[in-house]
Design a protein around this ligand. Structure first.
Ligand SMILES: NC(=O)c1ccc[n+]([C@@H]2O[C@H](COP(=O)([O-])OP(=O)(O)OC[C@H]3O[C@@H](n4cnc5c(N)ncnc54)[C@H](OP(=O)(O)O)[C@@H]3O)[C@@H](O)[C@H]2O)c1
Length: 336
């Protein structure tokens, strides 16, 4: 697998990152280990998790299963040195039985209101918990999972900088964050000599958010422009295939992911995507991954989340797709 530089750090990471969010939850241990092994075999190195994964799948749980599974896998095969390991803190909700409804589904509205946030002490405890579950003395990348506007940024940044100085974290990142906050973070880091985050993890795909979408999590035109101008921060694109909606009109129909995208612009882009996918001999999902990896400004590092070994194998051909300038122009230009 090709490698790319993370920000302007000199650190090389694999071109496609692997998300472990569902591992230990919807994906059982055997399939998870299979996917992780195959990812390393394919030359991958960049593995992503979070302390909260996946509290919402199991009533009574506050997460940790993904990190624990990764910890066992890293230990069993002595694999720590082969992996660029990323985790996150700040998005564990305060425990309440009301986090799950009677049928076991998560109450996200309550969860978002009660996230633990990015206070210094909270992050210190969260990071120590992650290191313990992962069975490592440091992680390579530590993200603020959900930007926390109730805590002074200075407090969060100074705490994160302390983690780097203590050797518990090598690089920093931020997720689910507005562009103006990225700029304020940049200024505070410069003024105080604190470590600048080098990864920005946002939802980003081929479809563009509809005008009615106002999500802190989805990259918009302004954020693309900002990150294009600041290549010391790499855009790590989560949900790059929007949970697999590109290959199936039936799956798109009523899928929660489409809420932020549906409309004439999406229809026009899906049509061109299907056209270019057919002429390239790949599926639309694969083409979206390839298109993301062809982006130059900003560079985009897709973070895939296969639930099954088959879905993981299905992502690999995207690494070999070469799009012509003409195809890229058509894909980029499509829209209402
Ligand atoms: N920072 C954040 O807030 C945040 C949020 C979300 C995710 N993440 C990270 O990003 C990673 C990836 O996110 P994601 O899981 O949302 O990404 P994704 O790859 O867009 O979605 C994963 C889902 O896509 C479907 N899928 C995958 N491969 C497929 C294929 N070949 N054909 C058809 N469907 C396919 C599966 O859906 P079905 O289960 O329906 O089959 C799978 O569960 C996560 O593991 C996590 O590490 C971060």
């Amino acid at each position: 697998m090709q490698m790319i530089e993370l920000g302007r750090t000199g650190q090389q990471v694999s071109r496609m990152a692997l998300g472990a969010m569902q591992m230990g939850g919807r994906t059982d241990e055997r399939d998870s280990v299979h996917i992780l092994d195959r990812y390393l075999e394919a030359g991958g190195s960049f593995i992503d998790t979070a302390n909260c994964y996946e509290w919402w799948r199991r009533p009574g749980s506050l997460g940790g299963q993904s990190e624990e599974l990764l910890g066992r896998w890293l230990r069993d095969g002595n694999r720590r040195e082969q992996v660029f390991l990323a985790t996150k803190g700040s998005a564990v909700p305060r425990f309440s039985n009301d986090l799950w409804t009677a049928d076991g589904t998560a109450n996200w509205e309550l969860a978002r209101r009660t996230f633990e946030g990015a206070g210094a002490e909270t992050l210190r405890d969260a990071l120590d918990g992650s290191l313990r579950r992962l069975g490592v003395d440091h992680v390579d990348l530590y993200y603020v999972h959900v930007d926390d506007r109730a805590t002074p940024l200075e407090e969060t940044l100074e705490a994160l900088d302390g983690f780097v100085k203590a050797g518990k974290v090598r690089f920093l990142g931020w997720s689910n964050v507005r562009t103006w906050r990225l700029e304020r973070i940049r200024q505070l880091c410069a003024r105080n000599g604190w470590t600048l985050p080098v990864a920005v993890q946002q939802q980003h795909s081929y479809l563009r958010p509809a005008a009615s979408s106002d999500s802190v999590s989805i990259v918009d035109g302004e954020q693309l422009d900002y990150l294009g101008e600041h290549d010391d921060q790499t855009l790590v694109a989560y949900s790059p295939i929007l949970k697999g909606i590109y290959d199936s009109a039936a799956k798109r129909e009523g899928h929660a992911m489409m809420g932020d995208y549906a409309g004439p612009d999406a229809d026009a882009r899906l049509a061109v995507l299907a056209e270019v996918a057919a002429e390239s001999g790949v599926t639309p999902n694969q083409l979206v991954l390839a298109w993301l990896m062809h982006q130059g400004s900003p560079r985009v590092l897709p973070l895939i989340g296969p639930r099954t070994p088959e879905q993981f194998e299905d992502a690999l051909p995207a690494l070999d797709v070469k799009l012509s300038d003409e195809q890229l122009r058509r894909l980029d230009g499509a829209g209402a």
